[in-house]
Write a new protein. Sequence first.
Length: 135
Amino acid sequence: MGFSISHRHARAFGGTLLLSGIGAVVGGLIGTALLVLLPVLELRPSSRPPFDLVFALTWGGSFGAVVGAMVAPLAGWTFLRHVPLGRAVGATAAGTLVGALIVVPQPVIGGILGYVTAAILSRRYKAHRPQANER
């Protein structure tokens, strides 16, 4: 008795790994960027330097990568299934970054709201956009 996996399941697993990898890379970049930008955008003066790149890479990048690796496959296989990959990644990344920068006191909540808003708008845009044969 051996273990066998169908071609369909292998493709789904590969797609999930791809989405997870893209989510980790983009999430890591966004997390790092936010930990670099947020202290610079702080309104109150601080005695510490504006940013610490090692801290931003270690903590912001790690947190963003873990969240991105978990959320990207979930959103990609459910809510953003019919949205082109490039648009889904770009829109949700931009939404996360803008949301986190707008809600500076709580950037994690802002990032979540930005991600969800961008995902909804991407899906709605895809749903209402005429197909090539309908033009």
